[in-house]
Design a protein around this ligand. Structure first.
Ligand code: B16
Ligand code: MG
Length: 221
């Protein structure tokens, strides 16, 4: 069997932390006087913390000083971390473990490519840190998705070339980043949202292990 590099996004692919981001952003938005709905939250998927705040402030046409923004960012993250603190492996999304296990057994590279600066504590809480050969998160990159930097850094960390990498992503920006990196993109979510992906599955329970086996054995381009 050949060796490929499988890069996983975190929020929305491995765990459903979007609901916690939502609760924390919603409380902050309400405090500032902005209505923040689940639909708005959709637009923050895969988007960095700083950019997320800017998008929320734009909803309410609010301008703020950098000092004020930093305070709000800290407040949001402090609340978000209280939810993360309570997390455990039961919050791993259905079907993910089966794929991680298969890749590990078949000695494939497994890499994390996330925009989150909280990726490591989340992996620890979910008790799956040991599956990953490399981690690239929001602390490592300077250019957010759709810039391919996060995935290119991931490939580099395991000494692989981009054409040998497969990316699992739930956000449009993440799929675009994978495509720009010349990697195979697999969208996890809805077809009408992630239509730019090479393959799309509703969730990991729809991924057959024979599909993963074919990806592993597919020749590099
Ligand atoms: P943090 P991903 C992203 O993670 C989330 O989808 C996005 O909603 C969040 O704002 C971003 O991480 C930053 O998260 O505040 O924890 O640094 O999907 O790229 O794994
Ligand atoms: Mg995501």
């Amino acid at each position: 069997m050949s060796k490929k590099t499988f890069i996983f996004d975190l929020d929305g692919v491995i765990v459903d932390t979007a609901k916690y981001h939502f609760l924390a952003w919603q409380r902050l938005a309400a405090q500032i006087g902005i209505e923040f709905t689940p639909e708005h939250n959709e637009q923050l998927k895969g988007v960095s913390r700083v950019r997320s705040l800017d998008l929320i402030l734009a909803l309410g046409n609010i301008e703020a000083t950098q000092t004020q923004k930093n305070e709000w960012l800290l407040q949001k993250n402090t609340e978000y971390l209280t939810y993360i603190e309570e997390m455990d492996e039961s919050e791993i999304l259905p079907g993910v473990m089966q794929v991680l296990e298969y890749l590990k057994q078949h000695k494939q590279n497994i890499v994390l490519g996330s925009a989150s600066k909280n990726a490591k504590p989340i992996l620890e809480k979910a008790k799956i840190m040991h599956y990953f050969d490399a981690i690239v998160d929001g602390n490592d990159v300077s250019n957010a998705k759709p810039d391919p930097e996060v995935f290119l850094q991931g490939a580099k960390k395991v000494n692989d070339i981009a054409e040998n990498c497969i990316v699992f992503e739930d956000s449009v920006a993440g799929i675009q980043a994978a495509n720009l990196a010349n990697m195979i993109s697999i969208g996890i979510g809805e077809t009408n949202v992630l239509h730019e992906a090479d393959y799309i599955f509703n969730d990991f329970t729809f991924i057959d292990l024979s599909f993963i086996e074919n990806l592993i054995n597919e020749k590099c381009v």
